[in-house]
Write a protein of this length. Structure first.
Lengths: 293, 261, 348
């Protein structure tokens, strides 16, 4: 039992890292734009399908394929922001964004269904089925690679946010949009690029997710519920919070699956959100409600 | 014993000491003024007194009873009404509906669902108050259509719906044209004549000096001077607070000019 | 309009048409109920499908336990389902309403998924094998009619609630909360309680609809009783018709649900329908953010006011899009809450 638990903890951490990446995109988008991108889940699925197409139809390695899928998703993100999100007024922006992105999500889901059908698929490569043998544990290579990828991308995100000028603009917009505008930051451009980045990371997350889970167009719902839960738990707008919450929740879920039953694991996932929010309505590391705009 | 008493209130925001041991007392029936340069803590103090901000040190007393850290609605219930610097009205509701929101209902669970909003008596009173401030003609307008000055009047009117004993007005004269200013001043005097007590925060020196019985000056989170307008105006410490170390007379602001007069 | 609805099934006897009608009515009721909470308070709840499903399962489980036979008696369980929904709405609301608006939306989604998971996994709901509900032995040609009338009854019920709510103190409080919750609180409005009561009230018609749905289909499964698209549809319908208005959700549901049903029957391809639905939703959000009725109302109002045409159209629009009792622009200021006869219209 003990080893099973440790195993669960390790796999929780590894998958948590990947979820953290996708959740980071989501929380970043909210932080900068006050928008809850409910389509993030289906974007992950889209990213997975893109990797699938490259892998199955063109024989491109999954990780290599990211060179194509990540920029592609970035473009998708920027397009969606430019075409739809931008047109939402300031009034009730967040609520409208939820509905608008939900609409985008079901459009994409429909399209994916039309193109790929509803059968479950899964990404495949040599490292998906083989494991690395470490001490007494078997860790599938894909988990390890995926985790490393997530860490690298998160690190890149960190560098971008804290060491570049653009990153400064993003952080300024994150804190106070009006003030940022006043000092000459092109908030709209920052918004578009941020949205693009937030979506681009789903390409990477999608690839790893697609390699470790079978998926079809409907998988988006489950994904977005989890991502939202992670983001809310970690506190909207806090990337560190998203990271912490992702790892925490995945670990707990995996442990529960082992200790209690796999059926109830997802339930615990959501129940945790409810419990935390009852005690701390702004999430674990959330920004205080009513930020300056 | 003063009607409203603030003692030893301290408030920090991170590294900034917004309020450092505030002491204020407002006597029953007077119109008290609270002035001070920007950043001196006036609005923060207001927020503390009306329950919009919490403090860990110090106390606020109304008629001897402690009301520190009570929530805003409880404070409102105790008879303290408050207006805001940037007027807060319910834009999508009509003017008279804004008034009706302020009607106090008994706290039963289901009553609110069944009772029709705006009984005869309530509407009558609302209309009277709207008439008092002079915007009765706009009763059916969505409040968002009101001009800035009209909104200020609306805010004053609906705060009066609960018949408060004490009114805290946050910059009632801010951004208002002189005619309207007179209207506001007259209304305050009339309400004061009815026995209501006022605490007014203002930047407009003429307004304050002409209206208030007593003026308190704040600077950097604490009280500097308190007394009758004429005394305060000529107090060198007050001039210093506003002038902030400038010697040259030519660089006086309007406020400082009024103070000097 | 009520008269037209009442004789509808007698006129259009084609069972396909009446089936569409039943679903349409169920959505009309649900959208109206949802709007009574979300439209008035501004808190977009995307978890009402939980009440729909709860109502469905309450009927199914009780019918099973008490061995209720198919027939008119089953309908007696519908109010019970509504009650069941109200009961679960209390803890749901207590948890969800503690949070601010954006967090609120997400937490309603999360709680909804918890409900769905419970439905899949609890033994009482028999998981993915679903529960059968006894079907009545009515003639095929008029089989749908009792369902139709019961659904119509729920629509009336929901509309009456919505109408009454708007005239009430609670309604005013919700509208104030929508505009400036903190200020409302500062003026003594019991915001927590108001939101909770409205939330619970809104759950009742939705639960009843779920029960009728279960009975109509004859069996329920977790993924259909607890269907995330339900919430989206209800929100879209209210938005489309005009959120916060009285007739908006009714019109929106009428148009959209009949459209949806038509689509699923004509094109059995569910995916194409998703794409179109989503595109429609997006179009509404971007270009008709206040909904069809208010926008229509604005257009009509811009017609020259002089002359009978202008006034009666004005009055008609006001009646439809706002307070049903007020055709006269000068009367009842509370008309403005729904109608905005003068000046700017009700915003989303």
């Amino acid at each position: 039992m003990g080893t099973l638990v440790v195993d669960a903890v390790i796999s929780g951490i590894l998958t948590g890292g990947v979820y953290a990446l996708m959740a980071a995109g989501l929380t970043l988008i909210f932080g900068v734009m006050d928008i809850i991108n409910v389509a993030q889940g289906i974007f992950v699925v889209l990213g997975a399908y893109l990797s699938y197409t490259l892998s199955v139809h063109l024989g491109v390695d999954l990780f290599l394929g990211l060179v194509v899928t990540v920029p592609a998703m970035f473009v998708v993100g920027v397009f969606i922001q430019w075409a739809f999100i931008r047109r939402l007024g300031e009034r009730e922006r967040t609520a409208m964004s939820i509905l608008a992105t939900y609409a985008v999500a079901i459009i994409i889901e429909g399209v994916l269904g039309l193109v790929f059908g509803v059968d479950y698929v899964q990404l495949n490569a040599w490292y998906v089925n083989r494991s690395i043998h470490l001490f007494n544990f078997y860790l599938p290579y894909i988990y390890v690679f995926g985790f490393v990828l997530a860490v690298c991308l998160l690190a890149a995100l960190y560098v971008m946010l804290y060491r570049t000028r653009f990153g400064r603009s993003v952080r300024a917009s994150l804190q106070d949009r009006s003030a940022a505008r006043l000092v000459g930051i092109d908030v709209d451009r920052v918004a578009a690029v941020t949205f693009g980045i937030g979506v681009a990371v789903t390409a990477a997350g999608g690839m790893v997710f697609g390699a470790t889970n079978s998926f079809n167009p409907n998988t988006g719902y489950d994904l977005i519920s989890r991502l939202l839960t992670i983001v809310i738990l970690g506190g909207l707008g806090s990337i560190g919070g998203a990271l912490g919450a992702a790892v925490l929740m995945l670990v707990i879920e995996d442990v529960v699956a082992v200790v209690w039953s796999p059926i109830w694991a997802p339930f615990v996932f959501f129940a945790m959100l409810v419990v935390v929010l009852s005690v701390r309505p702004s999430g674990l590391f959330g920004q205080v409600a009513g930020r300056a705009q | 014993m003063a009607l409203l008493e603030v003692e030893g209130v301290k408030k920090r925001y991170g590294g900034i000491q917004a309020l450092a041991s505030c002491v204020l007392s407002v006597e029953q029936g007077e119109i008290a003024g609270l002035i001070g340069p920007n950043g001196s803590g006036k609005t923060t103090l207001f927020n503390v007194v009306t329950g919009y901000e919490k403090v860990r040190e110090g106390s606020v007393r109304l008629d001897g009873k402690v009301i520190t850290n009570l929530s805003p609605d409880k404070i409102f219930n105790r008879g303290i009404g408050r207006t805001f610097q940037l007027t807060r009205i319910f834009g999508r509701l009509s003017v008279i509906e804004n008034m009706l929101v302020a009607v106090q209902h008994e706290r039963s669970w289901w009553g609110a669902a069944w009772r029709r909003a705006g009984s005869q008596g309530e509407r009558k009173r609302a209309t009277e108050l709207l008439d008092f401030v002079g915007i009765a003609g706009l009763a059916g307008e969505p409040a968002a259509n009101l001009s800035y000055g009209q909104r200020k009047l609306l805010e004053l009117a609906y705060v009066l719906m609960s018949d408060p004993d004490v009114l805290l007005l946050d910059e009632p004269a801010g951004g208002v044209n002189p005619t309207l200013l007179n209207v506001i001043r007259e209304r305050i005097r009339e309400l004061n004549g009815q026995g209501r007590t006022f605490l007014v925060v203002e930047h407009n020196m003429e307004f304050v000096m002409g209206l208030c019985h007593r003026v308190t000056v704040m600077d950097h989170g604490s009280m500097l001077v308190s007394g009758r307008p004429e005394e305060v105006r000529s107090n060198p410490k007050v001039l210093d607070a506003y002038l902030g170390g400038v010697d040259d007379e030519d660089e006086e602001t309007d406020d400082q000019h009024v103070l000097r007069r | 309009m009520l008269a037209a609805l009442a004789i509808f099934p007698l006129v259009f006897t084609n069972p396909t048409v009446t089936t569409i009608a039943v679903f349409t009515l169920l959505f009309m009721a649900s959208a109206t109920a949802w709007n009574g909470f979300a439209g008035y308070s501004g808190y977009i709840a995307l978890g009402h499908a939980a009440f729909f499903g709860t109502g469905a399962y309450v009927l199914a489980i009780v019918a099973q336990r008490l061995d209720v036979p198919g027939g008119s008696l089953m309908f007696a369980l519908v109010p019970l389902a509504g009650l069941g929904a109200a009961v679960v709405a209390v803890p749901f609301g207590l948890i969800a309403l503690r949070t601010r608006r954006h967090t609120f939306v997400v937490i309603t989604i999360a709680v909804f998924f918890i409900f769905q998971l419970l439905a899949f996994n609890l033994s009482i709901t028999q998981g993915s094998s679903g529960i059968q509900v006894a079907s009545p032995n009515w003639a095929a040609s008029t089989y749908n009619n009792p369902y139709y009338y019961v659904a119509l009854g729920i629509v009336v019920f929901a509309t009456v609630i919505s109408w009454g709510l708007r005239r009430s103190v609670l309604g005013l409080q919700l509208l104030a909360i929508r505009d400036d919750e903190d200020r409302a609180r500062g003026l003594g409005v019991p915001v927590g309680r108001a939101k909770l009561i409205a939330f619970v009230i809104s759950a009742v018609p939705v639960g009843m609809c779920g029960a009728v749905y279960a009975y109509f289909l004859g069996q329920i499964f977790p993924q259909f009783a607890f269907n995330p698209l339900f919430d989206l549809s209800v929100a879209l319908m209210s938005l489309f018709g005009g959120i916060g208005t009285l007739a908006g959700p009714l019109v929106g549901a009428l148009l959209l649900e009949s459209l949806q049903q038509y689509f699923t029957i004509q094109f059995s391809n569910g995916d194409l329908y998703l794409v179109i639905y989503g595109a429609l939703f997006l179009a509404v959000l971007l270009w008709l953010p206040r909904g069809v009725l208010p926008t229509l109302g604005d257009l009509i109002r811009r017609l020259p006011k002089s002359g009978a045409t202008g006034n009666s159209a004005n009055a008609a629009v006001t009646t439809l899009s706002g307070n049903p009792e007020d055709g006269d622009p000068q009367a009842g200021p509370l008309a403005v809450a729904g109608g905005g006869v003068v000046g700017s219209r009700r915003e989303y």
